[in-house]
Design a protein. Sequence first.
Length: 298
Amino acid sequence: MLRVTPCLFFLCILFEPLQSYATTHCPPEEVKRDSPPKIGNYVLPASQQPGPLISFGQNIIKESQKKTFLFSDVFFGSRDHSIDIIPYGVYGLTDNFSVLLATPIAASYKQKKRHSSGLSDMFLQLEYAFYNENTSQYGEQATLVTNVSFPTGSATKRPPTGDGSSSFFLGSTFNRTYVNWFVFTSPGVILTTSHDGQRVGNEYLYQAGIGRNICTIDSEWIFAWLVEANGRYTEKTHIKGYSDPNSGGNLIVVTPSFWISSKQVTLQFGVGLPVAQHLFGNQTKNKYLLASNVSWLF
């Protein structure tokens, strides 16, 4: 059974030294009782502060705000690759509740000598921030995330560009942001459904990360780095009651990334390396990941 306890333990170890650092480096005259000073990560509003590149969630923005994204990634193996382009948009229904709509595109999938491309499975996501707390040293937030995907991709192409059936996601996030530091964790699960006797295995996500502000320029730009660990355990695919021995497994990718943001724009790019992968049966192992994300706030 999947265990996410190490992620939480990792964060607990970090909180104490990070809090001590924030206490000794915040100018006393700028500290407010109910919020951190407007320096470092806090020179820009929450929607423009550093966040994860690969991990899900943490897309809470102000009521009626709109934010568009263009995410892309390239996963390379020894005999295959997958290139995805994912345009998506976020709308703030309230200050604590956002909706996200994504239209993933399989730009190029290669598996041995087989190639495919086309639309992947679209999904609609809701995120609710049920906890917000601000002190003079840090701000923290916890959210619930749920989404539903639609079978707009193809399960018959080789390689497939979709699962062939709808799936449902449920997860949560927790983050704490200091003037100079940022930490988060986010466990979740993807529950799949069957179509024509085939069901792709459920997926269990366990994620955590830490980042640090590098510098700010004229209270207009934030430069930061982030390192996140993204774990994914996938059950085996079932076809007409039988499990596919060459499917499923566990993969953990560590991705350092670089972040730039202004009052309207965010830019982020990183390189991910698998640090652990136990894939069931005969499957090609992953070598590395390239990812980027660009957004515009309206």
